[in-house]
Write a protein that binds this ligand. Structure first.
Ligand code: COA
Ligand code: AMP
Length: 637
């Protein structure tokens, strides 16, 4: 099939408002928007102003009313507990209405915030949808973050309620959530009124009778009382959720997503980017704590009347590298979405793809990769082994849906390895130099998106319009700064190469080296430090910290290194995968005192590097090389 991409993209470019107004017809509105886009509202304008709707209604009530009550909406597949559950649209609606009644009885009102700190269980999705039903704003926090990070989010969002569970399961281990939750509430300046705790049989939590409520009993009671909770009308521009993501400092940024534009964009992307039909099975093997989980485990597939797989397990080790193929076969998955790191992990365990051949994966029509750069090697391996199109797509927590990708729903374009293909309608992507001038074709520069951003992208940072302006809009006036570096080729294909800030990508997880430095520096014996991302064959990058110890300290450096590693795990969480701290005498700096992190990274990655002209003392780089060599990093001088 010839691709209609160019025609569709041109149609958007000629008249963006009409384009999105047509897309908005695929959503049910209580009041049709007065304006497609109002440039005078919000930080850079707002989509669908005056419109009234409800996201939960569109995900559930509307699907049930149109005959999908008995169709599975969610398939919970959990190799770590040996469970498979099919949840129909009708059954989920019943759970969500009951949970919404619990929220309401606990005094949660439209606009109030609910923190959801849960593992990958269906109740996590219900908690999100029930919040949407009553117009409350949810903020899901990934389970791999430590109490301190959870506390930051409780406090910034001033959450009234927390929904949590007794434990998560990582590989074979049950990880108790309740001690982390209790510690977070202790640290947080703001205290929630109540916590609803879902007790899992693998590990039960002790509840605090003054604050904690048993999730299952409360929902059961609400069902018995039979109270219906109708969907609360919300404005298209009202917030649906806040999702905190790593910024350039230790303080995470609360990305705010609205209701109207979000639904319109996700529905459009399901149909025309992913090419997914209602009734088909979609699997985003991510976590609801990340944006991919929000958009493509929960909201996108349900808005589309499709079936979504919620998988509690890993690509390898639960129990083996054949887990993905088993899930595809068992549930008839048509499209799989995951991070390249997952495929690198599978390939390492099963390089010949022998486990793939043990399963019938003929239902699979495409593989989508995102979250980090899809390296050509991994793409080629996946293509050869799965024999389906492998589609790299580039986006961020801030955008909420792909900025660029090969739109299978409009007809595939030729694939170019290393490129996330073409910009999708809504996104006018350009490459600018540091002074804000357009660069020529093929030249690396700052990747920016011309304002306004399309529906579905963030409207602001929670309670921080000014920070949003400063962080994303001020450096290149008229554009959103993605903080990615890349180039566009002759055919308009986008190549995303690296970040322009301190963010590193560890196993598809976005982390700030700045926040790790803040933690390392808080150790009493550390005078100064630098954290860099070092290339890793499976995780893409892993952090490594260089520590300069205070002059008066006479303790073993190995002991200090171990303490710093433990400190990062305790404060940021295991997800940081911070396992390397190296004490050095000095850090390489420019004459004006800037730490040369870029050069350190090149040395660690054995890339060729030039002596920076502004370096204060070239001998320091040799010391860094020697320190890395002593830890087994292969250094090419
Ligand atoms: N709750 C508690 N701890 C968690 C956790 C959670 N939800 N998720 C991860 N962790 C812990 C892990 O147990 C591990 O702890 P450890 O240091 O004690 O071993 C640590 O955080 C690092 O986890 P992870 O980065 O997931 O490493 P891993 O070795 O367990 O698995 C991969 C590596 C590549 C298999 C895994 O990262 C993966 O599947 N990645 C896909 C990424 C993804 O879904 N990205 C989302 C964007 S699409
Ligand atoms: P997150 O907000 O966690 O989704 O991380 C977003 C960042 O991950 C982007 O700004 C990129 O740096 C990186 N990223 C995501 N997808 C891709 C991709 N397909 N290619 C290259 N980088 C990507």
């Amino acid at each position: 099939m010839a691709s209609s991409y160019s025609d569709v993209y041109d149609a958007w470019k000629q008249d963006p408002e009409s384009f999105w107004a047509r897309a908005a017809e695929d959503i049910d509105w209580l009041r049709w928007p007065e304006r497609g886009f109002d440039p005078d509202r919000g930080v850079y304008g707002h989509w669908f102003t005056g419109g009234e709707t409800n996201t939960c209604f569109n995900c559930l009530d509307r699907q049930v009313a149109s005959g999908r009550a008995d169709q599975p909406a969610l398939i919970y597949d959990s190799p770590v507990t040996g469970t498979v559950e099919h949840w129909t649209y009708g059954a989920i609606l019943e759970e969500v209405v009951a949970l919404a009644a619990v929220y309401r009885d606990l005094g949660v009102e439209k606009g109030d915030r609910i923190i959801i700190y849960m593992p990958m269980i269906p109740q996590a999705a219900f908690a999100m949808l029930a919040a949407a039903r009553i117009g409350a704003v949810h903020s899901v926090v990934f389970g791999g973050f430590a109490a301190n990070e959870l506390a930051t989010r409780i406090s910034d969002s001033a959450a009234k309620l927390i929904v949590s569970a007794s434990c998560g399961i990582e590989g074979g281990r049950a990880i108790a959530y309740k001690p982390l939750l209790d510690a977070a509430i202790d640290i947080s300046a703001h205290k929630p009124d109540r916590c609803l705790v879902y007790q899992r049989k693998e590990l039960q939590a002790e509840l605090n009778p003054d604050r904690d409520i048993d999730f299952a009993s409360a929902v059961g009671e609400a069902k018995r009382s039979g109270n219906d909770v109708a969907c609360t009308p919300v404005l298209a521009t009202d917030p649906l959720y806040i999702l905190y993501t790593s910024g350039t400092t230790g303080q995470p940024k609360g990305v705010v997503r609205d209701n109207g534009g979000h639904m319109v964009a996700l529905r459009w992307s399901m149909q025309y980017f992913f090419g997914l039909k209602p009734g088909e099975v979609f699997w985003a093997a991510s976590d609801i704590g990340w944006v991919v989980g929000h958009s493509y485990i929960v909201y996108g597939p349900l808005l589309n009347g499709s079936t979504s797989v919620l998988y509690e397990g890993k690509p390898v080790g639960t129990p083996d590298a054949g887990a993905y193929w088993r899930v595809i076969e068992r549930h008839g998955v048509t499209r799989l979405f995951t991070a390249p790191t997952a495929f690198r992990a599978i390939r390492k365990e099963d390089p010949q793809g022998e486990l793939i051949r043990r399963h019938d994966i003929s239902s699979l029509q495409a593989l989508f990769l995102a979250g980090e750069r899809a390296d050509p090697d991994t793409v080629a391996w996946a293509e050869a082994k799965l024999r389906v199109p492998v589609i790299d797509n580039w986006w961020q927590t801030e955008t909420g849906w792909p900025v660029a990708g090969n739109p299978i729903g409009l007809g595939l374009l030729p694939v170019k390895y290393g490129s996330a293909a073409v910009p999708l309608p809504g996104y006018h992507v350009q490459i600018l130099d540091d002074a804000g001038h357009s660069v020529s074709v093929g030249t690396l520069g700052n990747v920016v998106i011309k304002l306004p951003l399309p529906p579905g992208c963030l409207s602001t940072f929670w309670n921080a319009d000014e920070r949003f302006r400063e962080n994303c809009l001020s450096e290149f006036p008229g554009y959103y700064r993605t903080a990615d570096a890349g180039y566009i080729d002759d055919d308009g294909y986008i190549f995303i190469m690296s970040r322009t800030d301190d963010i590193i990508n560890v196993a598809g997880h976005r982390l700030s080296t700045g926040s790790m430095e803040e933690i390392c520096a808080s150790h009493t014996d550390v005078a100064e430090c630098a954290v860099i991302g070092v290339a890793d064959a499976i995780k893409g990058q892993i952090p490594a910290g260089f520590l300069v110890i205070n002059a008066n300290v006479s303790r073993e450096t190995a002991e200090i290194e171990r303490e710093v590693v433990a400190l990062v795990r305790e404060r940021l969480g295991p997800v940081a995968a911070f396992k390397t701290a190296i004490c050095v005498k000095r850090l390489p700096k420019t004459r004006s005192g800037k730490i040369l992190r870029g050069t350190m990274q090149k040395i660690a990655d054995s890339e060729s590097w030039k002596m920076p002209a502004t370096i204060d003392d070239p001998a320091v780089l040799e010391e860094i090389s020697a320190a890395l060599k002593s830890r087994g990093y292969c250094i090419i001088p």
